[in-house]
Design a protein around this ligand. Sequence first.
Ligand SMILES: Cc1cc2nc3c(=O)[nH]c(=O)nc-3n(C[C@H](O)[C@H](O)[C@H](O)COP(=O)(O)O)c2cc1C
Ligand code: SF4
Ligand code: SF4
Length: 434
Amino acid sequence: MVDIRNDFLGIKSPNPFWLASAPPTDRIVNVTRAFKAGWGGVVWKTLGEDPPIVNVNGPRYGAIHGADRRLIGFNNIELISDRTLQENLREIKQVKRDWPDRAVVVSLMVPCEEASWKAVLPLVEETGADGIELNFGCPHGMSERGMGSAVGQVPEYVEMVARWCKQNTRMPVIVKLTPNITDVRFAARAAKRGGADAVSLINTVNSIMGVDLDAMAPSPHTDGKGTHGGYCGPAVKPIALHMVADIARDPETAGLPISAIGGITTWKDAAEFMALGAGNVQVCTAAMTYGFKIVEEMKAGLAHWMESKGYERLEDFIGKAVPNVTDWQFLNLNYVAKARIDQDLCIKCGRCHIVCEDTSHQAITATKNGERWFEVQDDECVGCNLCVSVCPVENCITMEQLTEGVDPRTGRPIDPTYANWTTHPNNPMSKAAE
Ligand SMILES: Cc1cc2nc3c(=O)[nH]c(=O)nc-3n(C[C@H](O)[C@H](O)[C@H](O)COP(=O)(O)O)c2cc1C
Ligand code: SF4
Ligand code: SF4
């Protein structure tokens, strides 16, 4: 029997799917709907000091769609909660009372002064909330006021504010990191030094979605002017996966609990983040695109997959892929693979041929006996995977490892031993040359 209950920093929830701090967690009516639909927890929309901020009354969201109109990337210029602190705190207390088995974490963003943090923490504590998340990630609007990513981009500030919070509350402290930084490990290390119990990532990526060429302004725009906003949704998942993995395998932060965020739309996305070390996941864009009921598929899909793999609890696979994330220099240079085309699946569109011909290694035929025929020439194929990436038919082209004989491209025998760049004779720094 599979058990998907989650324990993150001692915060218990019936499943690892939390809604990220954003419009879906903005007020009691949304959160109640979310819990009814089955979400395990929420991070409440970021609270700030009174008087509340004001949002624009023009468009605050933009989107990039695939050819089938499926939403791939999403962008917003929304700020933190535009309701008073008291209104939010009252609702948080009510929600926690109504849903004691769900996780309710409160996201906070106040000025970078100890007095401001000291003032807000007891108010949150009084609601019975399970923890706080420090929003050091918002890249627009608040950062210009010295908050959000303006804090998250300076490791010393991250450490300082995390420490203030740890000193002034008994609630678990999660530091939410910004991806708008050269190396996320510095901010994660700083959070840990400051005593944070966990990090969550990613917040949104700074972006301009497009340019309206009639208005000659960024799109979307308000009264003819546009501004940069935060990018999220499926398009940012690879960025988030990399950053989560970086923190999970950094010797200084390994073991620091991670709540993963970024483009999670299906159970599989969640499982991938958890395999890379995340203790649970948070979702925003997918809920804003498809509604709260997507959590049903997430829960059922995750449980079904775990069962098929023999994992009984989340802990059985959390972090399991981390040891297999490595640096390029440690990849096996003796590994040889060639593309294989399944002729029964091939629809003879020719895309693999043209990309290999124009931009790779001229390794795929176009004709045989005057007919369209696409076949890989092993003596040219370098195994780059480009044809697999562009073929419109799933699993029509696959990569096959050569385990014996000679690589017809190089004429060299297949070597079953492992050898990487650190010992390669072409490497001027090669250890073998010592
Ligand atoms: C409209 C919108 C508003 C958001 N507001 C907040 C916020 O108030 N506080 C915060 O920490 N993150 C905020 N975020 C960021 C999300 O919590 C999340 O980190 C990001 O969207 C990436 O997750 P996703 O790809 O699932 O959307 C917001 C995102 C969106 C789309
Ligand atoms: S793997 Fe690369 S080199 Fe080989 S056939 Fe495909 S595109 Fe060409
Ligand atoms: S891209 Fe795929 S379907 Fe098209 S010709 Fe190549 S193998 Fe066949």
